[in-house]
Ligand binder design. Structure first.
Ligand code: WTA
Length: 664
């Protein structure tokens, strides 16, 4: 069944939910959307004045010289001030800001006042080392409050941060350190996952081997990690490394927030593109924060008393916008969990929800599908009645998973917000406003106020209902990325050249007769494995760095749990033998080059890759092959058809017949 077949299945918000919602009806929402479309600058300008603290007011809302935007021009503010300090003047100073649970059940709760103190001490520590506005920090941390503290301390001083997901390899850290010209690194001795230590400091050491620009590496003593010989993991290097607790000891608990320009870069987050080199997505200060803040209200309908839990990792954009900056800006209680969803048993998430009475829960379709697989008895053991709203992000959610989530987790009482957005968009763009919009399983529904989303064909003409096309955004929005780090040319070329003046998302979508958006997936060489963006080109370039590999072609294949899985076809250099052992070695190789989440499901060592006459690898045919084991599309540009025969089962049969003939 295709997504469109479900277009008639609707779940209207209950009268009770709507009655208490921040936006209560479709009429109210439509009025907001119309106003935002008619007068975008007045709309955003008013919100920015109302919702954020300004050290100096802005003079102009938007300066748009396509494709470069500046929002809230001339204003001065500070993200950390908005996330912490402004709450200290109210009763919220003693409200829990961060609730943390470790994998072994350890617990820490930081109030806004305590968060202020920790951020101030760490920021003062960084200052004492000489860091300040414009410096660049790589943060490679486990899911602990100090990850947020490090981000907020950087934001407070104007240090541009780049968080690297803890699952990335030393090679991936190094690429990011180099591109960013980072001069500061922040890490921990180790993290933990399913009871096993993740050697963060050791990876960092390896990454920094040839990075003389990094003057200091601050190390959080989190696990007291020891290797089998009892030595601390990753020895401290005399001039470069310092323990976090030593750096902050004796530091003042007061630290003024730097009044920063609205357009001061807050962070650079690297994401996969269609070439081997990751793209440094640049987000700035005021516009980014405003839209994260607004979407906490519009999409999560956040109320003061909510306990909000987003299960993403801080290393991804979802963690930035919806664990740290959005919730804290709203003065919300945000829960952080360090560990695996199925540790020690498959009910860990439900246990956490029950224990902390979580009311708003935001997770990924991959996680939901894996819960379906482990069985309903796990959530059923727990009292999930505190939940009132559920969210999904990262990939299209299939209607079956949606319905399960609605029934088994939400007790048919909680609306589901399926949120479409990207690292580049900074905040949620298309999602139901839960008190106002009826949902349909598999659809992200409608664009939020101020988001001019559209679906167009390859000539730029809007497509009709039911027709598939490219998802684009027509008008700039405050939390949009401003460029790719030190690469304006690539920014223009990747996102703005296909349809001049219009932002090209890289996704395909269609709209149904009600105007609801159904996002279908990427149209470029990016695949989405368990909600993590992975570039097939990046996997290929990692693969050909292995001494045995001649050529490689990577493609995505539909996967029951992960959404998509990575399959790499490769040929070996002369003198090397194809073998199952080599395939295994190459899977590990990719994991060590990029990160464990990128480990391919399959490495198929083949005799030759299908190519066009001009020598280009025909990935489309490989994609068809991994799905159906056959190719049906156009093969007229293929140089040598026998290559395809050899790769498919048809070919296997033919090969068998041939070898039988030879034998006889
Ligand atoms: C996909 C994650 C369908 C999409 C926030 C997008 C989705 C890419 C959804 C961005 C959704 C994300 N429905 N597809 N609700 N959410 N995607 O940068 O292909 O890691 O372009 O940002 O994920 O992934 P990214």
């Amino acid at each position: 069944m295709s997504a469109a077949d479900h277009a008639d299945e609707r779940f209207a918000p209950s009268a009770e939910f709507s009655a208490h919602a921040l936006i209560r009806s479709r009429n109210d929402l439509n009025a907001l959307c119309e106003r935002a479309a008619r007068e975008p600058e007045e709309f955003w300008g008013e919100l920015a004045r109302q919702e954020l603290h300004w050290f100096e007011p802005f003079q102009r809302v938007l300066q748009w010289e396509a494709p470069f935007a500046r929002w809230f021009v001339g204003g001065r503010t500070n993200v950390a001030y908005n996330c912490i300090d402004r709450h200290l003047a109210s009763w919220r100073r003693n409200k829990a800001a961060i609730v943390w649970e470790g994998e072994n059940g350890e617990q820490r709760i930081l109030t806004f006042q305590e968060l202020y103190r920790e951020v101030a001490r760490f920021a003062n520590g960084l200052k004492s080392l000489g860091y300040g506005k414009g410096d660049r920090a790589i943060i490679y941390m486990p899911m602990v409050p100090e990850a947020a503290i490090a981000m907020l301390a950087c934001a407070r001083l104007g240090i541009i941060h780049s968080v690297v997901f803890g699952g990335f390899s030393p090679e991936a850290i190094k690429t990011r350190v180099d591109d960013l010209e980072a001069n500061l690194a922040i890490t921990a001795d180790a993290g933990v996952r399913r009871g096993r230590e993740v050697p963060l400091k050791r990876n960092m050491d390896q990454a920094l081997r040839d990075c003389p620009g990094v003057r200091h590496c601050v190390v959080l003593h989190h696990r007291g990690a020891r290797d089998a010989q009892g030595a601390a993991i990753g020895a401290m290097q005399a001039t470069r490394d310092l323990w976090w607790h030593e750096l902050v000891s004796g530091q003042s608990e007061q630290c003024a927030a730097e009044p920063l320009d609205s357009e001061h870069p807050l962070y650079v987050l690297y994401t996969s593109g269609t070439t081997g080199k990751p793209k440094g997505v640049v987000h700035t200060t005021a516009g980014y924060l405003l839209q994260c803040h607004m979407t906490m209200q519009w999409v999560f309908d956040l109320h003061e008393e909510d306990t909000y839990w987003c299960t993403a990792d801080v290393g991804w954009v979802t963690g930035h916008s919806y664990i740290v900056y959005g919730p804290l800006s709203m003065g919300a209680t945000t829960l952080m969990y360090e560990g695996a969803p199925d540790f020690p048993q498959p009910d860990r998430f439900w246990r956490v929800i029950e224990k902390y009475r979580v009311s708003v829960f935001y997770t990924s379709p991959t996680a939901i599908r894996s819960f379906i697989k482990t069985g309903d008895e796990w959530p059923q053991k727990h009292d999930l009645s505190s939940l009132r709203l559920l969210g999904s992000v990262g990939e299209p959610i299939n209607p079956a998973a949606w319905r399960w989530y609605h029934k088994v987790i939400g007790g048919e009482r909680c609306p589901i917000v399926d949120t479409w957005w990207q690292t580049e968009t900074g905040s949620i763009m298309i999602a139901p406003v839960p008190g106002a919009v009826a949902t349909k399983p598999g659809s992200a529904t409608l664009p939020l106020p101020g988001v001019q989303a559209d679906i167009i064909d390859s000539h730029g003409a809007p497509v009709g209902p039911g027709q598939q096309g490219y998802l684009v955004i027509r008008h700039p929005w405050p939390s949009m990325f401003r460029t790719l780090y030190r690469d304006d040319a690539r920014y223009k070329e990747v996102y703005w050249s296909r349809f001049p003046g219009i932002y090209f998302t890289g996704d395909a979508a269609r709209r149904d007769a009600d105007g609801y958006f159904w996002v279908l997936g990427r149209v470029d060489d990016v695949i989405n494995v368990s909600g993590h963006r992975l570039s097939t080109m990046e996997a290929e370039s990692a693969m050909v760095r292995h001494p045995a590999v001649a050529e490689a072609a990577a493609v995505g294949k539909p996967h029951e749990l992960k959404g998509q899985a990575l399959v790499v076809f490769a040929t070996v250099k002369s003198g090397r033998q194809r073998s199952p052992e080599l395939s295994e070695e190459l899977r590990d190789w990719i994991a060590s080059e990029i990160g464990s989440f990128a480990r391919p499901d399959e490495v198929r060592l083949v005799e030759a890759l299908p190519k066009t006459r001009s020598g280009k690898i025909m990935r489309r045919l490989l994609r068809e092959l991994v799905v159906s084991d056959k190719v049906s599309g156009d093969t007229t540009t293929l140089e040598d058809y026998s290559v395809i025969l050899k790769l498919s089962s048809e070919g296997k049969e033919e090969e068998e017949i041939l070898s039988e003939k030879k034998g006889s």
